[in-house]
Design a protein around this ligand. Structure first.
Ligand SMILES: C[S@@+](CC[C@H](N)C(=O)[O-])C[C@H]1O[C@@H](n2cnc3c(N)ncnc32)[C@H](O)[C@@H]1O
Length: 231
């Protein structure tokens, strides 16, 4: 993948990034498939017969493909939204027309718009590697809206990058993350230029935002949380 090394130049609305996203995310986050299977299993644990699942920032709809059989067997519906036309174009190409018309609705939309007037609507809302790309001041509001949109007994699943706790251990872990990427075959040049392109675009979240959530995953500063809606 060739990278624009300009500070803060990262954008999911570039064809080159969308086309290489599936390979890219697995190289930079070597645990991506393991984590995404876990997200799909947790989602399946809360998805009801004829239920609805919202995937916020779905990119190429990886979750839809992982959950295809459970969605079909429960006659449930997957709604995937992303603000990137380029990502949604690829997502729609990946889902077969027959399955798509039955159980899937994948479109270009802002997750905040999708959550408007949707109280008690979804059994499951997923925000996998999404919140860290929202403006910091919108994140609390997003979590509140997503929880409000859940049916009783529903679940919000968030995987986010959090601000690390500081101290020498954080330095060691940051360096270890670089080493993980090298071991996954990412060049030193690509590691460096991606970090520079993410300045001000991807901002880790204050973990205090997740005080009431339950943790199900942690790798370095990436953490998976679940908010359950009481019933
Ligand atoms: C790292 S990717 C998410 C990966 C994906 N969830 C997965 O599991 O593979 C972040 C995505 O969020 C999208 N995005 C950012 N802000 C958004 C918003 N307000 N509404 C919808 N999508 C958004 C980006 O376009 C990008 O495709």
């Amino acid at each position: 993948m060739s990278h624009d090394t300009k500070v803060g130049s990262w954008s999911f609305e570039k064809t080159s990034i969308a086309e290489e996203f599936d390979a890219h995310v697995r190289k930079h986050l070597p645990w991506y498939d393991l984590l995404s299977d876990k997200v799909a299993d947790i989602a399946a644990g809360y998805l009801q017969e004829s239920g609805m699942l919202l995937d916020c920032g779905c990119s190429t709809a990886d979750l839809a493909i992982r959950m295809e059989s459970v969605l079909k067997s429960r006659d449930a519906c997957y709604i995937g939204v992303d603000i990137s036309d380029e990502m949604i174009e690829i997502a729609n190409e990946r889902i077969s027309a027959e399955v798509y018309s039955m159980n899937f609705d994948i479109s270009v939309a802002n997750a905040f718009d999708e959550l408007r007037n949707k109280a008690d609507w979804y059994n499951v809302v997923v925000a996998n590697l999404f919140v860290m790309f929202l403006p910091a001041e919108d994140r609390k509001h997003f979590l509140e809206k997503a929880i409000n949109s859940l049916t009783p007994g529903g679940v919000l699943i968030v995987v986010d990058r959090i601000v690390n706790e500081g101290g020498y251990l954080s330095n060691v872990l940051n360096r270890s993350t670089m080493a993980d990427k090298l071991r996954a075959g990412v060049s030193t040049e690509e590691i460096g230029s991606k970090e520079i392109s993410l300045i001000g675009v991807q901002r880790p979240t204050d973990p205090a935002l997740y005080d009431t959530a339950r943790e199900f995953f942690r790798f370095g500063d990436f953490v998976g949380y679940v908010f359950e809606k009481p019933y």
